[in-house]
Structures are given as structure tokens and as C-alpha cells.
Design a protein around this ligand. Structure first.
Ligand code: ADE
Length: 232
């Protein structure tokens, strides 16, 4: 299989680059792209930059140029589900755009014409990732992950996300954009992240303290996952 791994920030990519043996490197727009073999599979790592537009460009490039079979979006996230702690893993069974609102002209929150509110992730890979987390004794939450072009830390933001969307466990800034591209190109999509903070008043300071840890944990898990995956 050929996987694209899309992560937004340098801190979320360093561990991949250290472990992927002599990856080929190119730059595309503002992004660093590394191509490598990882056990039985090929991987294309794209450091997309933060936010939905950057993530969209990265996903389209992975599909158009690298012809990948599957896209994994990874890195850090802010926890929302009750009981979540920094360092826990979150795996999306579906993702949504929490900052899309054309409800005044008759659409649901998060909905755009001809597109769903919720983008489903690949069920088989999602379940295998959950199993891998359990076998490694990691705490893992699975559910809806909400994406928007904004760092979530204020009560008002949290309130609007949880009243508009059901079962949101975490927030971040790229996944739904990648999922939307995958939906349009009919490519399977998976999202696993590690919590750098709990979305709330301490999120900005905790994000800065834990982004390296979240980057390292999430990339190690993705590499372990691809390593143990049977050759397709
Ligand atoms: N990524 C990590 N933490 C986040 C937060 N609190 N809001 C948005 N994206 C995040």
C-alpha cells in the first residue's frame, strides 16, 4: 500500500523523518514532502502547515502527484470528551467542519451544498488502530473530531461546537479538510492524533508544553501501525 501521512507542524513530523531511512525529499509550495519505504509499504510524509487550506493542498497533492491509496492525518489535538487527558490518543470515526455555517440559507451547521456534514473514516483501519492502542496500553477515545481554522480554548467556542455537533471528542485544524478531499476523490481516510491539551483556558500554555510529546507519540503509533500491516 502507498500511504500519505499528513501532519501540520514540524514538531509533528520530526519523529517520522528520524525513523524513515534516507527519505527522498521535495518541497511543494510551503511544504516539505518526504517519500520513503517503511517495511512492506510506501509512505509519503507531508508537513502541510496549519489550517484547512494548507491541509487541502497537501491532500490533493498526495492524491494527484503521489497517487496514494490511503491518507492518514495525524499530529496533536485538543481534548473535549469528558475524562480526556493530555497524552491520550483520539481516533476519529467521523470528522466535521465546526466553523462552516450557512444555516441562515437553509443548511445544517457544518454543511455545504453537495457535501455531508460528517465525513466517515475507514472502519477497518480505525478499528486496527484502536486495537493497537489497547495492546500498547494507551488510553484511546474514538468518536467525532471537529475541525476549524481556529485554536479552541474559550468557553464560547466549546459551547458552540458541542451544541452544534453530536459526540465531539476533540478538535484540531486540518482533518475535515483532508477528509473532504478524500471524499471527493473517493480515497479512504483515517485520523489519529495525540492530545497536546484539553480545549479550555489552559490549552494555549499546555499546547506549547506538550506539542513535542504529542507529535512524537502520534508519529510513533502511525509508524508501528504501518509496520505491522500485512502486505496488501
Ligand atoms: N490542536 C491541538 N490543540 C488544539 C486546540 N485546542 N484547538 C485547535 N487545534 C488544536
Amino acid at each position: 500500500m502507498k500511504f500519505a501521512i499528513i501532519a501540520a507542524m514540524h514538531e509533528e513530523c520530526v519523529c517520522f523523518r528520524t525513523q524513515l531511512n534516507s527519505p527522498n525529499s521535495e518541497s511543494y509550495l510551503n511544504m516539505q514532502v518526504n517519500e520513503a519505504k517503511w517495511y512492506d509499504h510506501e509512505v509519503v510524509l507531508i508537513e502541510s502547515g496549519i489550517g484547512k487550506v494548507n491541509a487541502t493542498l497537501a491532500a490533493q497533492h498526495a492524491i494527484d502527484h503521489y497517487k496514494v491509496d490511503h491518507i492518514i492525518n495525524t499530529g496533536s489535538a485538543g481534548g473535549i470528551v469528558e475524562g480526556a487527558e493530555i497524552g491520550d490518543f483520539v481516533i476519529a470515526d467521523r470528522v466535521c467542519h465546526h466553523d462552516i455555517d450557512i444555516s441562515p440559507i437553509g443548511f445544517e451547521f457544518g454543511e455545504l451544498p453537495k457535501l455531508p456534514v460528517y465525513y466517515e473514516t475507514d472502519k477497518t483501519i480505525c478499528q486496527s488502530l484502536i486495537n493497537l492502542c489497547h495492546s500498547m496500553k494507551h488510553t484511546v477515545h474514538s468518536g467525532t473530531i471537529a475541525t476549524g481554522d481556529t485554536f479552541v480554548y474559550q468557553h464560547q467556542q466549546l459551547n458552540s461546537i458541542s451544541t452544534r455537533f453530536n459526540g465531539v471528542i476533540a478538535c484540531e485544524m486540518e482533518a475535515a479538510a483532508v477528509a473532504q478531499v478524500c471524499h471527493l476523490f473517493q480515497k479512504p481516510f483515517t485520523m489519529i492524533r495525540n492530545l497536546s491539551d484539553i480545549a479550555g483556558e489552559h490549552a494555549p500554555i499546555n499546547f506549547q508544553s506538550y506539542i513535542n510529546q504529542a507529535g512524537q507519540e502520534s508519529s510513533q503509533l502511525v509508524l508501528d501501525f504501518i509496520k505491522q500491516l500485512q502486505k496488501a
